[in-house]
Each structure stands twice: as structure tokens, then as C-alpha cells.
Design a binder for this molecule. Structure first.
Ligand SMILES: *[C@@H]1O[C@H](CO)[C@@H](O)[C@H](O)[C@H]1NC(C)=O
Length: 234
């Protein structure tokens, strides 16, 4: 948290109007997100966070078992990128509720791998294939009220719960090998329908996975001593 402290200290020496502008809770929240972006892109040894954009993983087996979703995927040399390029479209700190109203846009998320194997279905849509994988998700916009809470160790700010989360995806481009015969047909189907399909079911997807998503984000947030700052905004 040295960086933020420095920013706050520097801003305190400016003219009053500037200070007020700088220290508004929303401005402080924006600074926090810049620190997160920096950590996502560069990692942070001190806080024990690896580089998350691009995030490289040698072997990655995914097993999803839900009523409407069953998926097994085995991904070799996966590279995920774009996480650190988020745009903070809207952030509004709600003092009384200790929450933020948040709209985040990811302009381009890329997922690729040397080799993958996948089978399963999502809402009756069959997914299968093996070979080289490359998906590009364009304009993923996430909107939610996020309730904040103090971590168990008493220093970090974690997500308590998402309230009314939703997301939309504008386009998903695929250059993926499925069965080697009709790849371009399937890639075109993906391009034409997958984004709309996922967007249509976004609330159900979030309802199913928001606890898992929350837990992953909280592992990240737990490494930062942000509670002092958040509680000073109240
Ligand atoms: C996943 O892929 C790797 C590499 O091809 C292979 O060694 C491993 O057995 C696979 N795992 C499963 C569960 O199929």
C-alpha cells in the first residue's frame, strides 16, 4: 500500500479544492483499482501475487457439474490475457451500506492454448473438440453492487456479496480446432451466437457461479491491507 499512501500524501500538499477532488471516496477507489491493475500486470512479490496478465498455466483441468452445465476441459499451455486492461466505467462508493456500484469493461479477453480437449454442454448447447484453442471475448461488461466486508485477519477488504450482478458480451471470436473437419463452421456459429447466448443466460450463470467467482477474487484481495483506507472513507 506504499503507492497509495504516497499518492494521498502528495495530494495533501495541493490546493484545497484539489485535495477534495483527490480524496473523494470515488477517487480513492479509482486509485485502488489502479494498484490492482498494476499488480495484475506485474505481479507483486511482497504480497505474493503472481503475474495475472498474461496468466500462463501449464496444465489446467476443468470440471463443471451443474444441472444445466456439464463440462470437462483439459488445457495444456494455456495463456489468458487482457484481465489488466479493464476500464473502470463507473464506480460509486456507498458509505452507509459499505458497498460500491461498479461497472467494469474488459475490451478484449484472450484465451489460447497449445492443446485442449473438451466435452460437455451448456444449456443443451454441446461443446466438444480438441486441438488448438483460441477464443477472444470482446467487450465483456460487468455491472454489480458489491458489498464489502472486513477480512478475518482484520486488514484486508473483501467482497461480502454481489447484489444484482449482470454482464453482457458483445462478441466472441473463435479460432479453435474442434474436430478438424468443420472447424470454420463451428467457429462461425460461435461468432454468431455464443455471445448472445451467454448474455441471455448471464443472470443464471452468475447465480450459479457468483460464490466461486467471489472466492477467487477474495483470494486476491486478501493480500492487500486496504481496510484502513476503506474505513477512513466512511
Ligand atoms: C490432460 O492432458 C495431459 C496432456 O495431454 C494428459 O497427460 C492428462 O492425462 C490429461 N488429463 C485427463 C484427465 O485427461
Amino acid at each position: 500500500m506504499k503507492i497509495l499512501f504516497l499518492i494521498l500524501l502528495t495530494s495533501a500538499t495541493r490546493a484545497t479544492t484539489d485535495v477534495e477532488k483527490f480524496l473523494s471516496p470515488n477517487a480513492v477507489m479509482r486509485q485502488l483499482f489502479e494498484i490492482f491493475r498494476n499488480t495484475i500486470k506485474n505481479g507483486n512479490n511482497e504480497n505474493n501475487v503472481p503475474i495475472l496478465d498474461p496468466f500462463k498455466i501449464l496444465q489446467n483441468e476443468l470440471n463443471i457439474h451443474h444441472a444445466n452445465m456439464r463440462l470437462f476441459a483439459n488445457i495444456t499451455n494455456g495463456v489468458y490475457s487482457g484481465l489488466g486492461d479493464f476500464q473502470l466505467k463507473e464506480i460509486f462508493f456507498l458509505k452507509e451500506e459499505l458497498a460500491i456500484d461498479l461497472t467494469l469493461l474488459f475490451p478484449k479477453l484472450i484465451m489460447e492454448s497449445d492443446n485442449y480437449e473438451m466435452k460437455g454442454y451448456i444449456f443443451g448447447l454441446f461443446l466438444f473438440g480438441q486441438g488448438i484453442l483460441r477464443f477472444e471475448v470482446k467487450n465483456l461488461e460487468i455491472k454489480s453492487k458489491v458489498h464489502l466486508t472486513l477480512s478475518e485477519n482484520g486488514i484486508a477488504t473483501l467482497i461480502g456479496k454481489f447484489e444484482n450482478p449482470q454482464f453482457s458480451v458483445r462478441k466472441i471470436l473463435s479460432n479453435t480446432e474442434f474436430d478438424g473437419n468443420i472447424d470454420c463452421i463451428i467457429n462461425n456459429i460461435v461468432k454468431d451466437v455464443l455471445a448472445a447466448y451467454i448474455t441471455r443466460f448471464n443472470k443464471y450463470i452468475l447465480y450459479t457461479f457468483s460464490e466461486t467467482i467471489k472466492n477467487y477474487i477474495n483470494i486476491f484481495l486478501d493480500r492487500f491491507d486496504t481496510w484502513r483506507i476503506i474505513s477512513s472513507l466512511r
